[in-house]
Design a binder for this molecule. Structure first.
Ligand code: PLP
Length: 429
């Protein structure tokens, strides 16, 4: 029985849907490359799922984890001080941009958002949350409730009352075709209308990804969150930035996605890349919100000694090697290479730094073409390149490699992508 069949026989769910009968088993990795169980090597343009932020088998990170393991203490409990955890919290508070910030560690992005929603609803004594359509925030009741993506959401089971704002999607829906300033005006009108009609202004917070990742790398113009913030401030509504994908320099120009918007959130959630594969997430936010109910900042495994050792090494590496600068440089090269392409199935190339989306459409229209997307995805894999796919309509190729990607690797991956897109385009005629 193959591993895939054994998986299907005993595990529920989603994974086999991604590659179907061609599911990969990754058995080793080095730098930006992974090897599967058949010995085939791939350049990983998705970095796991934006989780392997620094790369595979990075000595500084492995050494830090090994040093922690060598103490014999993989975990004690939440009852004791954990030196690496405190050190990491100090560093994250420092880089957060939030004055006098507090940090709470979790094991995942879902838990980070769940915790941020708890902090916000408690602080404001309201269970009402504003969320953005096409956003993705996790897999618990509350985080699914604020996930506005038809493939991922089941908000009918929500413990929250969620009010929806339009996504800044420039190809589909009510924001399609708008200029930057018109889009910001329309988004602010939308927010005002929602607040004035279905709420009495007594809303706890707005949760937003600075760039919608699972939703297909959809982002509004710079300043959009700042424009929202002005309206939110009139009502005392908190801003939660979900930086699970956008944090730590991935977007190149900025360390955090929110910084493109001239605004400082009240709470920031993080996960994925900060552990470089080890389970680590959390919330960094304003002290008065996070200190209000001490019992909310309790997690048996959140910030455990192994994850905290990894997190410290990752953050040190990101800062000392200026991976934000690398994301900007190498991301610009990739974006420029993709934007140069002229193919009928190419709807839009968008993103920032090393967070890039390529949207595929039926030639001559803005109609999503998930079949062409799937074809490009498969051809990339055949050509030795792993990428992601997603978007509300399943028609966006997602690129989020380790931030250490070199220019040569970017060119290598780009060549595979270009071949794949050219072939899919020719086949679409
Ligand atoms: N928030 C965002 C923006 C995400 O992309 C994800 C995962 O893809 C999550 C939250 C949930 O993180 P996790 O899968 O670690 O629970």
């Amino acid at each position: 029985m193959s591993l895939l069949d054994r998986h299907r026989a005993v595990m529920p769910g989603w994974m086999p849907l991604y590659y179907g009968d061609d599911a990969l088993e990754i058995v080793s990795g080095s730098g930006r490359r992974v090897t599967d169980a058949t010995g085939r090597s791939y350049l990983d343009f998705f970095g796991g799922v934006l989780t392997t932020m620094v790369g595979y088998d990075i000595a500084e990170i492995s050494d830090a984890v090994r040093a922690q393991l060598a103490t014999g203490v993989a975990h004690t409990s939440t009852l004791y001080l954990i030196r690496r955890q405190v050190e990491l919290a100090e560093k994250i508070a420092r880089v957060s941009g939030i004055p006098d910030a507090r940090v709470f560690f979790t094991n995942s992005g879902t838990e980070a958002n769940e915790s941020a929603l708890l902090f916000a609803t408690n602080a404001r004594r309201s269970n009402q949350i504003l969320a953005i359509k096409n956003g993705y925030h996790g897999r618990t009741f509350a985080t699914m409730a604020v996930t506005g993506h038809r493939g991922w959401s089941s908000s009918s089971l929500s413990p929250l009352t969620v009010h929806w704002l339009a996504s800044a999607d420039r190809l589909h829906g009510r924001m399609a075709g708008l200029s930057d300033s018109d889009l910001i005006d329309a988004a602010v009108d939308d927010l005002r209308e929602v607040l004035a009609t279905v709420t009495a202004g007594d809303v706890a917070g707005l949760i937003a990804e600075p760039i919608q990742g699972v939703g297909g790398i959809v982002h509004g113009p710079d300043g959009l969150l700042g424009a929202y913030r002005k309206v939110l401030a009139e009502h005392g509504i908190l801003l939660i930035a979900d930086e699970v994908q956008t944090g730590w320099g991935r977007t190149g120009e900025h360390f955090w996605g929110y910084q493109a918007h001239g605004v400082t959130p009240d709470l920031i959630t993080f996960a994925k890349g900060i552990g470089n594969g080890f389970a680590l997430g959390g919330v960094v936010g304003r002290a008065e919100i996070m200190n209000a109910v001490p019992a909310l900042s309790f997690s048996t495994f959140g910030g455990n000694p192994i994850s905290a050792a990894a997190g410290n090494a990752v953050l040190d590496y990101v800062l000392s090697h200026d991976l934000q600068g690398n994301a900007q440089r190498v991301g610009s090269l990739l974006l420029a290479g993709l934007r140069d392409l002229q193919y009928d199935i190419l709807g839009e190339v968008r993103g920032r730094g090393l967070m890039i989306g390529v949207e595929f459409v039926r030639p001559g229209t803005s109609e999503p073409d998930p079949a062409a997307t799937l074809r490009v995805f498969e051809l990339c894999r055949t050509g030795g390149l792993l990428v992601g796919k997603g978007g509300l309509y399943g028609n966006v190729l997602r690129i989020g490699p380790p931030l250490t990607l070199t220019e040569d690797e970017a060119r290598e991956g780009l060549a595979v992508l270009v071949d794949a897109i050219a072939t899919a385009d020719a086949e679409s005629r």
